[in-house]
Design a protein around this ligand. Structure first.
Ligand SMILES: Cc1cc2nc3c(=O)[nH]c(=O)nc-3n(C[C@H](O)[C@H](O)[C@H](O)COP(=O)(O)OP(=O)(O)OC[C@H]3O[C@@H](n4cnc5c(N)ncnc54)[C@H](O)[C@@H]3O)c2cc1C
Length: 460
């Protein structure tokens, strides 16, 4: 039987993307819609929601990779979950095209659609970047990065070629936003721990570099706090290069460019290159029949309804989170729009659910989304942090505790909160885990070797 014949025939609310917005909205709508005789359908190429604020902690080894993601199937029992990629949304026909895992394509009809496909890493055409770099948007990237760091350190400790050793022990992050700073701080912590545990290496063998094209880092915190973080990172031996960009990365040889006069600022080899220099709205926005703004985001009103070129709400079309240009009614957002972060994604989701219930079932009334930022807190490795929660400037241990406290509570589902907390307790008792996992990309290597007859091996 084709999958399309297995789909529910009830009136459908279709959610495109099961990330922060998609999971929250599905959780809050599923029972009500079921009771009203409809169905909530969630489509995502991944079978889980990724709690992205914990990706740096996965790199640092504080949280198990699986514990930073939330299973759709387990936590959305009253939702029709489809693992697949939405390739097109035709709102005039009220259908979405979905590419399933095995390559089959299906059309899913709907009554209401919620576009919540988030953002993807934004890159520039820099030679060698696609081949050498890795982003920090997915759990797989965070896990691979952690393993790569530990693997390079172990390999370097037996290298006799000094150039190869320096390359293995050079770790570079491009992008000084929240994600990049949290990432390099966690990397520094785990690098130092792994090197300290290896008697063949010394800390002076390691080079850790942060490259930022602007004159400052972390636009989410005040200027003086950002300057304080730069000093803090430099104090830990991290080279923070401001007003500098990545010119090329061919074969792992990084060329850095001075932004002021476009001259070459540095050139060195680095096996590890992490790219965190920005995000862009998911391309599904461009492929849908809905209007987008100049940054590729779906145009929305403060009621979280998708709007046409004249600013009129389109019936049955909703959006929120990183894929959407939602007006920031507090006036604080750059360009008048909400910044792409989890704080807005979560609160917009709650407002969207209320408005959709009002529009579809006449429950309550449609209201505008308005949220004053609660500030931001960043973890900078164990017992270190910076932030301005509720406008109070914090650094060091209090900021780190605020970071863990907030995100430990914010990760969806009680089950995941408990698992994450138990990770932290385990680390507190047993210390940091610096075990790398090997052969994740070639897990059949050993078996293939064992199963290949000796003669065939000799012939080969
Ligand atoms: C490293 C890192 C650290 C961060 N730290 C913080 C922080 O400390 N505080 C904070 O407020 N914010 C933080 N953020 C930002 C925050 O995670 C995002 O703003 C938030 O996840 C946005 O929610 P969303 O639902 O719009 O998108 P996402 O959570 O990204 O979800 C989008 C979903 O859509 C799915 N999807 C993609 N394409 C398709 C398609 N074609 N069809 C169907 N589904 C699709 C994806 O698989 C994904 O599951 C961080 C982000 C990163 C990367």
């Amino acid at each position: 039987m084709a999958i399309s014949q297995k789909l529910s025939e009830k009136p459908r609310i279709l959610i495109v993307g099961g990330g922060y917005v998609g999971l929250t909205v599905a959780q809050k709508l599923q029972k009500k819609v079921k009771a009203e005789g409809g169905v909530v359908t969630l489509v995502d190429p991944l079978p889980y929601m990724t709690y992205q604020p914990f990706l740096p902690e996965v790199v640092g080894g504080h949280i198990e990779a699986r514990h930073a993601v939330i299973s759709h199937r387990k936590h959305l029992r009253d939702t029709e979950v489809i693992t697949g990629k939405v390739t097109d949304v035709d709102h005039s026909a009220r259908t979405a095209s979905v590419e399933l895992e095995d390559g089959e394509s299906i059309e899913i009809p709907y009554q209401d659609v919620i576009l919540a496909a988030g953002a993807t890493t934004r890159t520039f055409p820099i030679e060698g970047l696609a081949e050498q770099g890795i982003g920090l948007k997915t759990i797989e990237e965070a896990l691979t990065l952690r393993n790569q760091i530990l693997d390079r350190i172990e390999a370097a400790s037996t290298m006799t070629d000094e150039k190869a050793k320096a390359r293995a022990l050079a770790f570079t992050v491009v992008g000084g936003g929240f994600a990049g700073i949290e990432c390099i701080a966690e990397m520094e912590d785990i690098i130092r721990a792994a090197v300290a545990a290896n008697p063949r290496l010394s800390q002076s063998d390691v080079r850790i570099v942060l490259v930022e094209a602007m004159g400052r880092i972390m636009p989410e915190v005040s200027e003086d706090q950002a300057v304080g973080v730069v000093e803090h990172l430099r104090g830990r031996g991290i080279e923070v290069l401001l007003n500098t960009s990545l010119g090329s990365a061919v074969d792992g040889e990084l060329q850095l460019i001075n932004m002021a006069d476009k001259s070459e600022a540095d050139r060195f080899e680095s096996d590890t290159l992490v790219w965190t220099a920005g995000v862009a709205a998911n391309a599904v926005a461009r492929r849908s029949s809905f209007p987008i703004d100049e940054r590729g985001r779906i145009t929305a009103s403060a009621t979280l309804q998708i709007v046409d070129e004249e600013g009129r709400s389109i019936e049955g079309a909703w959006t929120a989170g990183d894929v959407a240009a939602v007006p920031d009614l507090t006036g604080a957002g750059p360009g008048g729009f909400c910044v792409p972060n989890a704080q807005h994604a979560l609160r917009q989701s709650k407002q969207l659910v209320k408005n959709l219930l009002a529009a579809r079932f006449g429950e309550g009334k449609i209201s505008e989304y308005k949220h004053d930022s609660l500030g931001a807190v960043a973890g900078l490795g164990l017992f270190k942090g910076v932030g301005n929660p509720m406008g109070v400037k914090l650094k060091g241990v209090p900021a780190w505790m605020a970071h863990r406290g907030y995100h430990g509570m914010a990760i969806p589902t009680v089950e995941r909160k408990v698992r994450v907390a138990s990770n932290w307790i385990n680390e507190f008792i047993f210390g940091r885990d610096i075990t790398p996992l090997r052969d994740l990309e070639t897990p059949r290597r050993q078996f293939e070797e064992a199963a290949t007859p000796a003669k065939k091996k000799a012939d080969a």
